[in-house]
Design a protein around this ligand. Structure first.
Ligand code: C2E
Ligand code: MG
Ligand code: MG
Ligand code: MG
Length: 277
């Protein structure tokens, strides 16, 4: 009986597991190739400043144009890159591309680059950032690095030292996706972040959910006392934009203002008709 169950289980799951690991191996091969063939590029999404609805910066978001599969979303290949260690090369590529691109912008906008927690395991991270800035000729104050709280969960002391070393270069540090995961307000005590990004799930739900709204209020309430700027992510409607302004957010990002686009389609100014109130 046990044996039959075991065998059934084996037959049930074995082909799936094997298929899954085959897909994974193939994807790893493809990703390695993508790094060398330039299939990875950065898209840029505007971040809007409250006053005058000016574009103050852009978030750089990686895109993979797979020759057969088409656009592969980052959530499908970043985890694989993290597991295989390819994230170090991928992260350096993203950083270099973004810094070089930002150096060509005439309006002095900042560029925000996402860092994976795995990149903090590389002792050369600070050097890589310094080198990317130097190679691009980009002043450090025009670079923002976005991290998530997971950076503060593992190797906390070492990672805080790394964050401080990055900050000493003159770059700004943002806490991304705030409110999700294990987020707790106490993380804000562990490091002097320049910016908090409210996760888009709260912005999406703020109209219907009192809890979402309460969390947004808790976060914005801190901004004035801690002197941290607050960016709301995922702003899609006029109503969300209006309410978030009332709550005291200083920066906004979302489809209402512009989707992430390739460098050549980036705009320097908002189409005011799109955001007219
Ligand atoms: P994230 O850093 O939180 O980036 C914001 C995500 O929200 C992006 O998804 C963006 O396209 C999406 N978004 C922006 N506005 C709206 C909106 O109004 N509505 C909705 N529904 N979504 C909006 P994307 O580009 O798919 O990236 C997903 C995640 O992948 C990023 O989340 C980030 O964690 C990661 N990622 C992207 N590029 C990089 C990179 O170069 N390096 C690393 N390590 N991670 C990256
Ligand atoms: Mg981000
Ligand atoms: Mg985010
Ligand atoms: Mg996010």
């Amino acid at each position: 009986e046990a044996k039959r169950n075991g065998r059934n289980r084996y037959e049930l799951f074995h082909p799936d597991l094997e298929a899954a690991s085959r897909v994974r191996r193939q994807m790893e091969i493809d990703l390695r190739r993508a790094l060398h063939r330039g299939e990875l590029q950065m898209h840029y999404q505007p971040i809007i400043e409250k006053e005058g609805c000016r574009i103050s910066g852009y978030e750089a978001l990686i895109r993979w144009q797979h020759p057969v599969k088409g656009q592969v979303p980052p959530m499908e290949f970043i985890p694989l890159a993290e597991e295989t260690g390819l994230i170090h090369e991928l992260g350096a590529r993203a950083l270099n591309l973004a810094c070089q691109e930002a150096a060509t912008w005439t309006n002095g906008a900042t560029v925000a680059v996402n860092l994976s927690p795995v990149q903090f395991k590389n002792s050369e991270l600070v050097k890589a950032v310094a080198l990317a800035l130097e190679d691009a000729g980009l002043p450090a104050r025009r670079l923002e690095l976005e991290i998530t709280e997971s950076v503060l969960l593992a190797n906390t002391e070492g990672n805080i030292r790394t964050l401080q070393a990055l900050k000493d270069l003159g770059v700004r540090i943002s806490l991304d996706d705030f409110g999700t995961g294990y987020s707790s307000l106490s993380y804000l005590r562990s490091f002097p972040f320049d910016k908090i990004k409210i996760d888009k799930s709260f912005v999406r739900d703020m109209g219907e959910s009192r809890e979402a709204m309460a969390i947004i209020r808790a976060i914005t309430g801190l901004s004035s006392s801690l002197l941290i700027e607050i960016t709301a992510e995922g702003v899609e409607t006029e109503e969300q934009f209006r309410q978030l302004q009332v709550e005291g957010c200083s920066h906004f990002q979302g489809y209402l203002f512009g989707r992430p686009v390739a460098a050549e389609h980036r705009v320097e100014e908002l189409d005011t008709r799109a955001t007219a109130q």
